[in-house]
Design a protein around this ligand. Structure first.
Ligand code: FMN
Ligand code: SF4
Ligand code: FES
Length: 626
C-alpha cells in the first residue's frame, strides 16, 4: 500500500469504534498486528478496497463514539479500507454532522431555518448565545473552543417544522444517543447545555387528520403501534405484497403505470416508466434506494410516515424490489432522524424474523434485503446520484447524467430511486387497482398527496388530500393563519420552491396547476408567513442555505450561490451596487446562470425562491437605491 500516513495514531477507543463496525483487522496490511511475511508480500488490498462503501458508516461509528474524527482515526480507517487518508478527510469534511476538529461529546443543534425563525428560532439562538456562550461553529465558519461537555450549533431545517423551534441533541460515547425534539424554549436549551437531558415525552408526529376514514397514505399513522407487525397486519399490512406475488412483477409495474403515479420527491417523474426501465436492464444486480434524505427545508412528511408506519416503507420497498428485479434495497435516511432509524430498524428486524425479508420472502422464492444507510447532514445527498456517491464512500457530489440511474447507478448497476411517499403510494395502488387509483385526483395529477403545513398556521402538521385541492383549502384545513393575523406570503415547494402572495391562494395544488402558476409542488411544503415576519430575513436565510449546501463541484452554483447572497446583503444594507435596477439585474443574471449551467437541481433552483420574492412579493419595491 503506497500510502503516506501522518504520524497520528488512533486511540484504543477509536480503533474499537472502527473495529466494532468493520470487524477486527486480519493482518498487518489492514491495520492489525504485523506478521513477518507482511514485510514481503501484500495481500487483501482488493478485498479491503471493495469495502470502501463502509466508509461513511465507519466515520459515523467514530463520530458517535468519540464526538469527532481525529487524524489518528482517519489514519486507522485509511489502513483498514486501503483508502488514502486525504481521500477519507475529503469525505469526512463533506458532512455537517461529522467533525474533524475536537468537538464536545454532546452537541445541541438548534434550528434557525425559515420555519423555525418565524417561531422564534433565531431569537432563541441569540438568547442561548447570551446565556451559554457562542455557538461551536460561528456563522462565518470559525470554531470556538468549548471547554464544557456540551456545545451548541445553529442548524438548517431539522425536519421538525411542525414543532418549531426544533432541536436535535447528539451524545457521543460508548452508548451514543440522539433525540430530535421541539418546540424548545431558551430555558430548556440552556438546561441541556448545562448537562440536563432533552425534554422527554413530546409527540413528534402531528397528523391533525389522524383516524379520518378517508385517509389512504396516512391511515395507519398515529393509529397503529409502529413497533408491532401484528398491528400493521391487522390494519391491512402485507396484503399488497401478497397481491404483487399473485399478479407477478410485470403486472405490478403495469398497475403502477396505469395509476399514473408520479414521483413525490420533487421531480414528479412517472414512476411506472422508471420501474419498467430498471426492470428491463439485462445487467445484474439491480439496486433499489428509498430516498429518505428529506432535507428540503420545510419538509417532514416522510419522517411522519417512517416513524408512524415503518412497515409500510418496508412492504412497499419489497414490492418495488420484486417488480424491478432488485434483491438489495437501501434506505438512505437523513442523519437527523434518530427515531425514524429506530422504527425502521425494528421493522426490518421483525420482517426478517417473519420471513417477510430475506432469502425467501413469504415462501415465494424471492430474495430481498434492506439496509439502512444514514446521511450525515448534507442536503445535496438527497439528489439521487449524490446518494450513490455517498453510499459508495465518496463525497456526496452529484454525477452527470447520462448515464441515468436506471442504466448505471449505485456501484455502476441499474438502480431504482424512489421517495418514501412515492413508494407508500404503491400499497394503495395494489390495494384498489391502478385504474381506480388513477380516478383519484385530476387527469394530470393522480392519487393522494401529502403536504407539510408549517410556519404561521394554526395547526401545523402533515395533511393528506387528493390532488386538486387548492392552496386555500390546505391553509383552511390547517386552521388558517395562527391568531387570525393577515397572511403575508406562502412558500410553496420548499427552499427550492417559490413564494406566492395572499391573492394567489386559489392555485390548484396539482402538477399542472402549479406549473401554470409558475410555481412547483416540490416536496409538498406549504409554509405560511404572517404580516410580522421579516421576509428579507427569510430570503437571506434561504440564500445562505444554498451557499452552505452547494457541494462546490460546478462553478455556476459554487460561485453563484455566494454572489447571490452577497447581492442580497448589499440590498438589505441599502448599498445596491450601481443602484437598485442594476443590482436586481445582476441578481437575475446570477440566477439564470445557475439555472442554465449548474450540474444538478440544487444550483438550478437556488434562485427560484429569491426570484419569486423579488418578482411576486416585490420585496425590494420602495427599497433604498444605495
Ligand atoms: C438538491 C436535491 C435534493 C433532493 N432531496 C431529495 C430528498 O430528500 N428526497 C427525495 O425523495 N428526493 C430528493 N431529491 C430528488 C431526487 O433527486 C429524485 O428525483 C427522487 O428521489 C426520485 O424519487 P421519486 O421519483 O419517487 O420522486 C432531491 C433533488 C435535489 C436536486
Ligand atoms: S449544482 Fe451545486 S450542488 Fe449541484 S453539482 Fe453543481 S455545485 Fe454541486
Ligand atoms: S425544523 Fe426548523 S425549519 Fe424545519
Amino acid at each position: 500500500m503506497d500510502l503516506h500516513l501522518l504520524k497520528a495514531i488512533a486511540t484504543p477507543d477509536e480503533r474499537d469504534a472502527v473495529d466494532t463496525h468493520l470487524g477486527p483487522p486480519t493482518g498487518g496490511w489492514d491495520g492489525g498486528a504485523r506478521r513477518s511475511r507482511d514485510a514481503h508480500t501484500a495481500s487483501g488490498g482488493h478485498e479491503a478496497r471493495a469495502e470502501r462503501h463502509r466508509l461513511l458508516p465507519a466515520l459515523h461509528a467514530v463520530q458517535s463514539r468519540i464526538g469527532w474524527i481525529s487524524e489518528g482515526a482517519v489514519n486507522y480507517l485509511a489502513e483498514r479500507l486501503t483508502v488514502p487518508p486525504a481521500d477519507i478527510f475529503g469525505v469526512a469534511t463533506f458532512y455537517g454532522l461529522l467533525s474533524t476538529v475536537p468537538r464536545p461529546p454532546r452537541v445541541l443543534h438548534l434550528c434557525d431555518d425559515i420555519g423555525c425563525r418565524g417561531k422564534g428560532g433565531d431569537a432563541l439562538c441569540r438568547t442561548v448565545e447570551q446565556a451559554a456562550g457562542p455557538a461551536y461553529h460561528g456563522p462565518d465558519g470559525t470554531h470556538h473552543t468549548i471547554s464544557e461537555a456540551t456545545a451548541w450549533m445553529r442548524s438548517p431545517c431539522l425536519g421538525l417544522c411542525d414543532h418549531a423551534p426544533a432541536a436535535l441533541l447528539t451524545e457521543a460515547g460508548p452508548k451514543p444517543a440522539a433525540r430530535l425534539f421541539g418546540p424548545v424554549t431558551a430555558a430548556e436549551a440552556v438546561a441541556v447545555l448545562e448537562g440536563g437531558a432533552a425534554p422527554a415525552g413530546r409527540d413528534r408526529i402531528r397528523i391533525p387528520q389522524a383516524g379520518d376514514p378517508g385517509l389512504r397514505l396516512l391511515r395507519r399513522v398515529g393509529v397503529v403501534d409502529p413497533a408491532s407487525l401484528d398491528d400493521y397486519r391487522a390494519h391491512g399490512g402485507y396484503l399488497s405484497l401478497r397481491r404483487a406475488f399473485e399478479i407477478g412483477p410485470d403486472a405490478v409495474t403495469r398497475e403502477v403505470t396505469e395509476a399514473k403515479l408520479a414521483g413525490r420527491g420533487g421531480a414528479a417523474f412517472p414512476t411506472g416508466r422508471k420501474w419498467a426501465a430498471v426492470a428491463g436492464q439485462g445487467v445484474r444486480p439491480h439496486y433499489l434506494i428509498c430516498n429518505a434524505d428529506e432535507s428540503e427545508p420545510g419538509t417532514f412528511k416522510d419522517r411522519a410516515v417512517m416513524e408512524g408506519d415503518p412497515f409500510a416503507v418496508i412492504e412497499s420497498m419489497t414490492i418495488a424490489g420484486f417488480a424491478t428485479g432488485c434483491d438489495q434495497g437501501y434506505i438512505y435516511l437523513r442523519g437527523e432522524y434518530p427515531e425514524a432509524r429506530t422504527r425502521l430498524s425494528q421493522a426490518i428486524e421483525a420482517a426478517r424474523r417473519h420471513g417477510l425479508l430475506g432469502p425467501n420472502v413469504m415462501g415465494r422464492g424471492f430474495r430481498f434485503e434492506i439496509e439502512i444507510r444514514e446521511g450525515a447532514g448534507a442536503y445535496i445527498c438527497g439528489e439521487e446520484t449524490a446518494i450513490f456517491n455517498s453510499i459508495e464512500g465518496l463525497r456526496g457530489e452529484p454525477r452527470n447524467k447520462p448515464p441515468f440511474p436506471f442504466q448505471s447507478g449505485l456501484f455502476g448497476k441499474p438502480t431504482l430511486v424512489n421517495n418514501v411517499e412515492t413508494l407508500v403510494n404503491v400499497l394503495e395502488i395494489l390495494r384498489i387497482g391502478g385504474s381506480a387509483y388513477a380516478a383519484i385526483g385530476t387527469e394530470g395529477s393522480t392519487g393522494p398527496r401529502l403536504f407539510c403545513l408549517s410556519g404561521c398556521v394554526e395547526r401545523p402538521g402533515v395533511y393528506e388530500v387528493p390532488f386538486g385541492a387548492s392552496l386555500r383549502d390546505l391553509l383552511t384545513l390547517a386552521g388558517g393563519v395562527a391568531g387570525g393575523r393577515p397572511l403575508q406570503a406562502v412558500l410553496l415547494g420548499g427552499a427550492a420552491g417559490v413564494f406566492v402572495r395572499p391573492d394567489e391562494l386559489d392555485i390548484p395544488l396539482t402538477f399542472e396547476g402549479v406549473r401554470a402558476a409558475g410555481a412547483t409542488l416540490g416536496s409538498g411544503v406549504i409554509m405560511a408567513f404572517d404580516d410580522r415576519v421579516d421576509m428579507l430575513d427569510v430570503v437571506l436565510r434561504i440564500a445562505s442555505f444554498f451557499r452552505d449546501e452547494s457541494c462546490g463541484q460546478c462553478v455556476p452554483c459554487r460561485v453563484g450561490t455566494v454572489r447571490q447572497e452577497e447581492a442580497l446583503h448589499r440590498l438589505k444594507a441599502g448599498r445596491a451596487r450601481g443602484g437598485l435596477p442594476t443590482e436586481l439585474a445582476l441578481l437575475e443574471e446570477i440566477g439564470l446562470a445557475m439555472k442554465d449551467a449548474s450540474i444538478c437541481g440544487l444550483g438550478q433552483t437556488a434562485y427560484a425562491a429569491v426570484e419569486s420574492a423579488v418578482k411576486r412579493l416585490h420585496l425590494f419595491a420602495g427599497a433604498r437605491t444605495g
